[in-house]
Design a protein around this ligand. Sequence first.
Ligand code: ATP
Ligand code: CA
Ligand code: CA
Length: 436
Amino acid sequence: RVLVGTKVDESHANWVTAYNMLTGIRVSVSRTNAKVDRPLTDADFEVKQKSTFDIAGNELVPSAKYDFKFKDYAPWVFRHLRALFRLDPADYLISLTGKYILSELGSPGKSGSFFYFSRDYKYIIKTIHHAEHKFLRQILKDYYQHVKENPNTLLSQFYGLHRVKMPYGRKIHFVVMNNLFPPHRDIHQTFDLKGSTVGRDYKEEDLEKNPRATLKDLNWLRRKRHLELGLQKKQLFLAQLQKDVRLLQRLQIMDYSLLVGIHDVQRGNEENLRDKTLRVFNPGGNNTPEDFDPNSVLMRTPSKLENQRKARELRQMIQSEKPVPMGETSSRMPDELEEGHSRPGFIFNQDDGGFRATHEDNAPGDEIYYLGVIDCLTHYGIIKKIEHFWKGLSSDRSQISALPPQEYGERFINFISNVTMSQEEALRVAQEREAA
Ligand code: ATP
Ligand code: CA
Ligand code: CA
């Protein structure tokens, strides 16, 4: 297995960047968490808190010669958001910064954003474009209000908005958000659905070499798939989706998708971490298992000894299917210990962290869905207008993906509503069609 000689410089650059991201989060989030809670004010939404760090991650006076600078945006708002999403403050910091290990996914989408997982896979760091960053700050109050009124929102859960800058370096903006997929369950199939058919096809023949690729709308339709929810769950799900999409329409957002991760209960967790790693490693689906490179796991390890120890733990983690808490010896945890991942009080996480397929008589189905609306920071701005213009010349207008937000939302809701039905209902619909 070739581990050396590939992109050392680049991965080194990312190593430093990731280290700086995590150090900044550790210092700034601890600083905010250390204070006594208080209600938010309007000014909290505008705050930018600057810090300056030396190479060891120590905070410096702002004018000193620095190794990197860090900005924390609206720290009190995000503290309150994390509380609304019921994250434990200590847990959050430990997951993200406790041992400085992240897996890097590289850049799965077309946007060039980078994705990193926290070592326990609970959180995702996504680097975002400056325009997305500015836009999130602009809509933060609406987003916050929406989360407050909709604790079960399906929208991406934002936990922090930050920026790092190295001397002479680029400014890198990033968000911390929820990983929709559970660390403890294999996801057997993933779909990214927009309700559009143009360009929304993952080449079926590529599935062989990449069985865990993220599939799209046309793959979904080809499989005659449904979100098999019985009446009650269907109603809960669509009602929340409607509310979320109304917000996105009002804020002139588009290009978002419903991410659907499917755990097949019959198959369970039989597959090894190689598959699991594939899933988490490149959700965009352009990687093969061979692309998983332990070197791409970023570690802050100043000493060689520590490096070796962590590498050992990492290997254990990779071999044992589940992230091993640092310092513990690895043995695969029995399944019953892995339970308890449902998030009490959150409707769409009630069944082992997800939402279980259900028959019309309320009997549980064979699948658990992990659902959420992702990539919701694209404002229908000038670029999309241009794209719309060009694509609109050649395609059926309602099928192109860069529609104005109102139409985009309608099409999105329509598509998802049409494919949300119990097995029984799907069967009836198919029979009626045949009869007609
Ligand atoms: P593009 O703009 O080209 O669509 P992007 O860089 O904005 O790409 P996203 O669409 O946000 O990227 O995400 C790309 C893929 O990463 C998704 O299809 C999904 O597989 C995975 N992903 C993104 N967000 C999450 C999340 N919160 N939980 C789990 N997986 C995610
Ligand atoms: Ca996307
Ligand atoms: Ca995007």
